[in-house]
Design a protein around this ligand. Sequence first.
Ligand code: ADP
Ligand code: TYD
Length: 202
Amino acid sequence: MSRFITFEGIDGSGKSTQAKLLADYLSGKGEEVFFTKEPGEGKLGEAIRNEILDRRDIDIEPYAELCLFCADRAQHVRELIVPKLKDGCTVICDRYYDSTLAYQGFGRGLDPNLVSHMAMASSLGVEPDITFFLSIPVEQALLRLKDREKERNKMDEEPFEFHSRVDRGYRVLIEKSIPRIKVIEASTSPEEIHTEIKSFFE
Ligand code: ADP
Ligand code: TYD
């Protein structure tokens, strides 16, 4: 049985850590798991990721940024997510269209209706079965980022206010009580968070 699981949260919330722990856990239970992330998978994705996150010599217009994240997703869905789901895999994706709503809609302040339409269109109709939103105060997440070994990208370097707006965007989404979105308290230890997430699969 295939299923599609996504992880969401502000930068430094611990998503990648938890997405990988869940992938290992479900593999250990004998599931065929395909782990992936946005942006940056596939040849087109890699090129797009480099343009949006790594190049310091272009000041990207927010609408252009929106189009690039959506282009990355549409290609990712067609090239990888759909084929893996058809093969019967459990697909775990570190970020998906909720990131576009929060970052481009709220972080960048673009028209939420337009962002929502584009984000949905970029998914080619493929909706997650379950989404874990890792909830953490912005201050704490940004402190974690400071200690992270991974190289910082352009988004990580945005000011506190930007990350606060993104957080607000996620909160607005959560207030809609969308059944697939599970809010996980993420200021505790990685083990405690993993235990809570695992409980959805027992
Ligand atoms: P994200 O993918 O949300 O940006 P990461 O999983 O990369 O976050 O975690 C950011 C940093 O915080 C990493 O250095 C990671 O080792 C650390 N970290 C992850 N989860 C926790 C946690 N529960 N408590 C403390 N540090 C954590
Ligand atoms: P990444 O290094 O993958 O960070 P993280 O581990 O926190 O996911 O960087 C991806 C960045 O791109 C992250 O800051 C969120 C941002 N992003 C958007 O702004 N819009 C989107 O649609 C997506 C998928 C990501």
